[in-house]
Design a protein around this ligand. Structure first.
Ligand code: PRP
Length: 205
């Protein structure tokens, strides 16, 4: 059975959840990206790529609902996990604050180009989307964007960079993902795993 977990902020809770469910996966060393542990194999991927790996054949994964929706991945989601809670929000510099309806023609910096496009389409507002891969809060600070769409957890990063949350686009949580074919071909094994994880996280992690 192969698991793919996201490097970065969800990694330690993902691994801990599997451990609590009785699946001991040795964390990788020396920049290894695959670790074998008996009949289990642990793969490490960029958070944005985890749903893509699961869609294309890795049995099980854990990823944020933000990236699952952004990548529009065709995967099964048997369980929401009790970590990775945050939100995807639209934010702007406090000195140039306007309402969303006044954002026609604005440049929006984000990693979430799909979700941002859909958000503004729903509101019938045309904007220019600038794709960045991280440190999004920098873009309005140096004037290459008028607003950002990014993850907000504590709000510290926004505050530290003089940005104000204008509107929440979606609530985010870590999710358990299962490959559609694996769910059929490894039916019992996957069902047992989902039950064990459900039990392991029922009182939080
Ligand atoms: C995320 C997100 C924000 C920050 C939000 O960045 O992109 O920058 O965390 O958290 P806060 O509200 O608690 O401050 P991350 O550290 O994952 O790295 P990134 O900037 O490279 O995306």
């Amino acid at each position: 059975m192969r698991f793919v977990l996201p490097k970065g902020r969800l990694f330690s809770n993902s691994l801990k959840t599997l451990e609590k469910a009785g699946i001991e996966l040795k964390p990788p060393e020396n920049r290894e990206l695959i670790v074998k542990n008996g009949r289990y194999e642990l793969l490490l991927a960029r958070a944005f790529d985890v749903p893509v790996y699961v869609e294309h054949g890795v049995d099980v994964g854990m990823a944020g609902s933000d990236v699952v929706e952004e990548r529009e991945s065709d995967v099964l989601i048997p369980l929401e996990l009790p970590f990775g809670k945050c939100r995807l929000s639209l934010a702007m510099p406090e000195e140039n604050l306007v309402s969303v309806e006044e954002m026609e023609g604005f440049r929006i910096a984000t990693k979430y180009t799909n979700l941002t496009r859909k958000f503004f389409e729903r509101k019938n507002i045309e904007v220019e989307i600038i794709k960045l891969h991280g440190s999004i809060e920098l873009a309005p600070k140096i004037g290459i964007a008028d607003a950002i769409v990014d993850i907000v957890e504590t709000g510290n990063t926004l505050r530290a960079n003089g940005l104000v949350e204008v509107e929440k686009i979606m609530d985010v949580s870590a999710l358990l993902l299962v490959n559609r074919i694996s769910q059929k071909t490894r039916f019992e094994e996957i069902n047992e795993l989902v039950l064990r994880i459900k039990e392991a996280v029922k009182d939080g992690i």
